[in-house]
Design a protein around this ligand. Structure first.
Ligand code: ADP
Length: 554
């Protein structure tokens, strides 16, 4: 028989190249993931400052768009008491407003020797009041003495608003509604730190002012307008860091501020404040080590995803490999089986043929020769018969078509018989059988005999000629009968133990070259399981093997 030692050759170079490629691509993926996370976090550091700005500028926008225009509801008829209440509520709600100056303004065609005049129209402050955010609410400070002269710091704001307003009256088309653009340009004056606002008059009032300007009124009239100047301190804008994971420090600083910190590890960015806050900016700074922890926090889930993908790939690669390996192994098993089976059949057939030829060609046979040839023919026919029976029984047991004929078996008697038969079969086998069982076992004696026979055959086959020893011990515990077959043979390697009960599986060794098809143990296991028991094996290479069979008593 030609024996193929190994039909499956692992291409180690290919496997190593594959592993190297997988590891390299994994390292590359990890490196890229890290790099992208760093870039992403740094970009966020530079761009998300807008969110912080928008969030913190909210109260200022509310003040500018909602609270300032409230003044227009009073149509110029606000007095210092009314403004005091109003200013108080502003100081309370908006801490960044630190002062409000109220100009109670009159527009008239009478002769007044102060104020701003355009043609016949005179715009002059009737009274100017200043309100400051103080412990007891607003302070009322009348600023215009009877002379009507304003301190220089206040006259600027007044003159600017009055001049813009007079120019507007001159050009306004009173047949049309006011444009938003006009409203912002004329009635607001926004400079860093200050917002000036004049109440927006109705269209009828504008008409009246125009008539005043061009002297169309014969009698003297006086109209009222209100101008308020709000003094803003951007430093008092409450600042909340809504992205603390990116920005370590957030501050309001003057526009010209430059950090004196020269640490190269400090990352900074800034965004200017708008409108009346414009000479200040929000200044953001974080150290690299601080950002590092954010980078790590974001990198970990990305890395976990990369690892999960690679694990999945590894599992798929392993399954493909295992599939190929199993197919190869199946092919090898079938190949070996057919080889062995043919060999098993061929050997007795050729012996029978030789014996037949000898008998035919002999002129006459002596009695010893006749007995000799008879015995040979008998033995070889038995071998063929046994082989057929094993294959047949196996097929039957696999198809569950075998019938169990259970009966009460006295294990002492049973073992005696097996011992005698085996000693006759294997003269050089030291077979000891110890039975420590007090009751009978309800089992099929023929199938049990088959199991014993297979295990004895194996103990004989897989032991060196000088050391063919088998100890069979039968013991009983509360619920089970335990049968132990311990030999001192060649033993079985650990990695083979899980396979030896598989059909057609043979361990490669010099002892199973002949008469082994790899069915014996598979057959034993099927029989044992079929009768409700379990079989297990322990072994040590070079020392021996122990098969243990357990049958339940009930
Ligand atoms: P085989 O027909 O090859 O003996 P088995 O199914 O009986 O098939 O056994 C499977 C393999 O287990 C054998 O090839 C043999 O190498 C190993 N084996 C079985 N019994 C023993 C034993 N008592 N000692 C050492 N090896 C054994």
């Amino acid at each position: 028989m030609t024996h193929r030692r190994n039909t499956y050759r692992v291409n180690y170079l290919l496997v190593s190249a594959f592993i190297v490629v997988v590891i390299a691509s994994f390292v590359l993926a990890a490196f890229l993931a890290r790099d992208l996370t760093v870039t992403y976090v740094e970009n966020e550091f530079a761009s998300r400052k807008v969110e912080v700005l928008e969030y913190n500028i909210g109260p200022f926008n509310d003040f500018f768009h909602n609270r300032i225009p409230e003044i227009s509801f009073y149509q110029g008829y606000l007095d210092s008491t009314g403004v005091s209440v109003y200013a108080d509520s502003i100081f309370h709600a908006y801490p960044f407003v630190e002062r409000v100056v109220f100009y109670d303004v009159s527009l008239s065609n009478e002769r007044v020797d102060y104020g701003f005049s355009a043609n016949d129209l005179v715009v002059y402050p009737k009274g100017v009041y200043q309100f400051s955010a103080g412990a007891n609410g607003a302070d009322l400070l009348p600023l215009v003495p009877k002379s009507g002269h304003l301190p220089l710091s206040l006259s600027d704001d007044f003159n600017n608003m009055a001049a813009k307003f007079a120019a507007f009256i001159e050009r306004v088309d009173t047949t049309r509604a006011l444009q938003d653009d006009d409203i912002f340009k004329v009635f607001y004056a926004v400079t860093p730190g200050k917002i000036c606002y004049m109440n927006i008059p109705r269209r009828d009032d504008l008409k009246a002012y125009k008539e005043l300007m061009y002297g169309r009124n014969s009698h003297e009239v006086v109209y009222e307008q209100d101008i308020l100047t709000y003094f803003i301190d951007p430093q008092k804008l409450s600042l909340i860091n809504i992205i603390p994971e990116l920005y370590q420090r957030v501050q309001i600083q003057p526009l010209v501020y430059e950090s004196i910190d020269t640490d190269p590890d400090l990352l900074t960015t800034e965004t200017p404040l708008p409108g009346a806050l414009a000479d200040y900016k929000i200044y953001f700074s974080s150290s690299r080590t601080f950002l590092q922890s954010e980078i790590n926090r974001r990198f970990l889930p990305v890395m976990a995803g990369v690892i999960a993908i690679y694990l999945l790939l590894a599992v798929i690669a392993y399954l493909i490999y295992r599939n190929l390996y199993v197919n190869e192994r199946m092919f090898k098993l079938q190949y070996d089986f057919i080889n062995n089976l043919t060999h098993e059949f061929k050997t007795p057939v050729s012996v029978i043929k030789i014996a037949g030829n000898n008998i035919r060609s002999a002129k006459q046979l002596s009695d010893p020769e006749r007995v000799h040839y008879g015995r040979i023919l008998d033995e070889e026919a038995d071998k063929l018969n046994n082989l057929m029976n094993t294959l047949l029984s196996f097929t039957q047991i696999e198809n569950k078509s075998i019938k169990i004929k259970r009966e009460e078996v006295d294990l002492h008697e049973f073992c005696d018989k097996v011992l005698k038969a085996s000693q006759f079969k294997y003269g050089d086998l030291t077979l000891r059988c110890k039975v420590d069982v007090k009751r009978t076992l309800y089992i099929d004696p023929v199938l049990l005999g088959s199991i014993f026979q297979n295990l004895i055959d194996n103990a004989y086959k897989y032991s060196k000629p000088a050391n063919k020893v088998l100890d069979i011990t039968l013991t009983q515990n509360k619920k089970q009968i335990v049968m132990r077959f311990a030999d001192k043979g060649i033993g079985i390697a650990k990695k083979e133990l899980m396979h030896i009960f598989k059909k057609f599986y043979r361990v490669q060794n010099q002892y199973n070259q002949q008469g082994s098809v790899g069915l014996g143990l598979a057959f034993c296991k099927e029989l044992v399981n079929f009768m409700g028991g379990a079989i297990s094996v322990e072994s040590e290479l070079g020392k021996g093997t122990i098969f243990t069979i357990v049958f339940p008593l009930d």
